[in-house]
Design a protein around this ligand. Structure first.
Ligand code: AMP
Ligand code: ZN
Length: 465
């Protein structure tokens, strides 16, 4: 397959180094708060990439770290008077809940930073011994002047000093502002671990070097993260890992573009974010949110709007409804030549899209083209069980990558039924305002009501937004 490599700035042919197992690492969450759907875009992409690699026949070993010690987690724990672990475990659990809700398959391993402190100390020690790092007042810094390739990934080497803020430059006693901390001396009141340099805690970058190589070996096939991590995080990961091992660290660097809101990066600090929970509380389907995050290629920015989400809602309802109708086909018979053709074209194009730098929007388009091709005959009741089963088989294979078909129909339906019953009550009590509000709420969720002499019926509308 073709996979774009940030390091070489072009798409390259990808194959795992050992020909069989893909060793892949994704920078995971900092568990100081609930993830927003911008974070989830990156994690959904990591899931799509892992599923694509498995679909193409490779075994995937993917690791995602949990950053459970850094400035933000320490500040959060202190503000609430909790231990670091008490504080982070809440957000860690919420993170895993979100992954399940949005249909992300579990990674192979989720190592926590705080459980790898001694490995981090050892790596820092190695770098000191090899002359790549120096000690200042209980902290250890990487000396980037000893690593000539610094900047190869991001291209910022020469101007890196300007990227850091004055504040950050003043914060520690470094030889060069671009030097970064491998180990930070403890400040009063902060959680700390013993080290050869006194009590302290690891720097953020070293966490990823340690947890990736520990489980995947010195050379990874793929390293994934959001574009904001190219510099300095990934540049620093390369420097400290390669300086220690003498081997090439990562073969393919893959970076996911940002999710935007009104043209700006969705972020906690700007306050322009939605969490998965916010959206679900408003009645949106988790799989519609997943679909929305998949509508742009991962190397393109994606602007998040509720209109876009409504379109995704319509899209997945159309797909679910299509599958339901195929399940209900009663006409006996073998698969027709026409259906066989439609499916083999879809199979070919679906795989080709994925092989082309994980073109998920392209793969989605193939699925919806197939729906369009099959629908007219389904509507005319010409589809046989043979046709239906073959089409369902394709949908199932495609969904092994896309992950948008499974849904909790029971819960969704029960919720709608409950609101319909409430509306009936309201109408009987002649509270038409309330009845209308319930109808409008259901309409927002893509549910259309029809009042018939036999009671209220409902159906999904396919033109939400
Ligand atoms: P954090 O929990 O802040 O360390 O971020 C976790 C991941 O989400 C990182 O890979 C970030 O690059 C990524 N990320 C943060 N904001 C966005 C965004 N608006 N769009 C896409 N990815 C993001
Ligand atoms: Zn990382």
């Amino acid at each position: 397959m073709k996979l774009y490599n940030t390091l070489t700035r072009r798409p390259e042919d990808f194959e795992p180094l050992d020909g069989r197992i893909v060793r892949m690492y994704t920078c995971g969450p900092t568990v100081y708060d609930v993830a927003h759907i911008g974070n989830l875009r990156t994690f959904v992409f990591s899931d799509l990439l892992a599923r694509t690699l498995a679909f193409l026949g490779w075994e995937v070993r993917n690791v995602m770290n949990i950053t459970d010690v850094d400035d933000k987690t320490i500040a959060g724990a202190q503000a609430r008077g909790l231990t670091l672990r008490e504080y982070t475990q809440t957000y860690e659990q919420l993170f895993f809940e979100d992954l399940r809700t949005i249909g992300i398959r579990p990674a192979w391993k989720y190592p926590r930073a705080t459980e790898h402190i001694s490995d981090m100390i050892r790596l820092a020690q190695t770098l000191v011994e090899k002359g790549h790092a120096y000690v200042r007042e209980g902290s250890v810094y990487f000396d980037i002047s000893t690593f000539p390739r610094y900047g190869a990934l991001s291209g910022v080497s020469a101007t890196a000093g300007q990227v850091y803020s004055r504040l950050e430059a003043d914060e520690y006693d470094r030889d060069d502002v671009r030097d970064f901390a491998l180990w930070k001396a403890a400040r009063p009141g902060e959680p700390s671990w013993d080290s050869p340099w006194g009590p302290g805690r690891p720097g953020w970058h070293i966490e990823c070097s340690v947890m990736s190589t520990k489980y995947l070996g010195n050379t990874l096939d793929i390293h994934v993260g959001g574009v904001d991590l190219v510099f300095p995080h990934h540049e620093n990961e390369i420097a400290q890992t390669e300086a220690a091992t003498g081997e090439s660290f990562v073969r393919f660097w893959v970076h996911v573009e940002h999710l935007l809101v009104d043209g700006q990066k969705m972020s906690k600090s700007l306050g322009n974010f939605y969490t998965l929970r916010d959206l679900i509380a408003r009645g949106y389907e988790p799989k519609a949110i997943r679909h929305q995050l998949m509508t742009a290629h991962y190397r393109k920015q994606l602007n998040f709007t509720l209109d876009g989400l409504a379109q995704s809602t319509a899209a997945i309802f159309r797909l679910w409804d299509f599958a339901d109708r195929l399940e209900e086909v009663g006409r006996e018979g073998e698969i027709s030549d026409e259906t066989a053709d439609v499916i083999s074209t879809a199979e070919r194009d679906f795989e080709a899209a994925l092989r082309d730098d994980v073109n998920v929007p392209g793969a989605l388009a193939v699925v919806f083209d197939l729906v369009r091709a099959v629908n007219p005959r389904l509507a005319r009741d010409e589809t046989t069980q043979g046709d239906a089963q073959a089409v369902l088989g394709f949908l199932k294979r495609a969904d092994d990558v896309l992950g948008i078909m499974e849904h909790d129909r029971g819960a969704l339906d029960a919720d709608v039924e409950r609101l319909i019953a409430e509306r009936d009550q309201a109408r009987k009590a002649r509270d038409f305002d309330r009845a209308d509000r319930i109808r409008a709420e259901l309409a927002n969720r893509g549910i259309i009501l029809e009042d018939t002499p036999h009671g209220t019926r409902w159906r999904r509308s396919f033109d939400v937004g």
